[in-house]
Design a protein around this ligand. Structure first.
Ligand code: ZN
Length: 239
């Protein structure tokens, strides 16, 4: 479906600026024909940044969310009197410093996930702190050992790539889904798979760095008990 093409951040994951046309306006929410702004989902927050309009004014984008229809994306503008109309051209400027931290964090959580071979029951990607919740059962985890193991994978400089498979291919391989609480979105006919060569392969619609070395050194800062079987594992970037 053509609306899926709004998500230009999949084809050009490191692009920071992009021209686009306004295709819908609903108060302070604006939709573009193509966007670099990732909409909140899968535990990762929506992107922020600003747009430059054709008359040179700057509009702040404070959040990005999924619209009702699959593949459609709303940008939440700070200004109510933004003046944008359908057909207007703008230039997007992503808050790249923030987004790149989220990409590093998100990729680090995949490494963590690969090291704890149990079901994931929740998670959250943040600029300063991130976490994954596991249904650990009788398995045990150690902060220091996990920190060392993740940093070894970071140092190895492993390639991170993505590919699309069909809903049917995923249905034929249900073990690929690690997250118990969130099933990947279906209905669009295809599912995005994230691959960290030899380490992790699972459905994920988020944004990631292209190589684990880009993550930099991380620390598992805390492991919390959340009920008898559940453990919440907190991760931070060391810079
Ligand atoms: Zn991911």
């Amino acid at each position: 479906m053509s609306t899926a093409l709004q998500a230009a951040f999949y084809a050009t994951p490191t692009a920071q600026t992009l021209g686009a046309e306004v295709i819908r306006v609903d108060g302070d929410r604006v939709m573009l024909d193509q966007t670099l702004f990732y909409p909140a989902g899968g535990g990762q927050p929506g992107d922020q940044g600003h747009w430059i309009t054709s008359n040179g004014s700057s509009l702040r984008v404070v959040d990005t969310v999924k619209a009702e229809a699959p593949g459609e994306i709303w940008h939440q503008l700070e200004a109510h009197d933004h003046g944008l109309r359908v057909g207007d051209s703008i230039t997007q400027h992503l808050d790249w410093a923030r987004r790149h931290r989220l990409m590093r964090m998100h990729t680090a959580l995949h490494l963590l996930c690969s090291l704890v071979p149990r079901g994931v029951t929740g998670g959250s990607v943040g600029v300063d702190k991130s976490r994954l919740d596991f249904d650990l059962g009788d398995a045990t985890v150690d902060k220091v050992q996990l920190t060392e193991a993740i940093n070894r994978l970071v140092e190895q400089g492993i390639e991170v790539t993505s590919e699309w498979i069909t809903d049917a291919e995923l249905d034929a391989n249900p073990d690929l889904v690690r997250t118990m609480s969130v099933q990947p979105p279906r209905g669009a006919g295809r599912i995005r798979m994230l691959r960290i060569a030899g380490v992790d392969y699972q459905p994920c619609g988020g944004t990631h760095v292209g190589n684990t070395s880009e993550i930099g050194e991380v620390t598992i800062s805390k492991i919390e008990n959340k009920g008898r079987r559940n453990r919440r594992i907190h991760l931070q970037l060391n810079d």
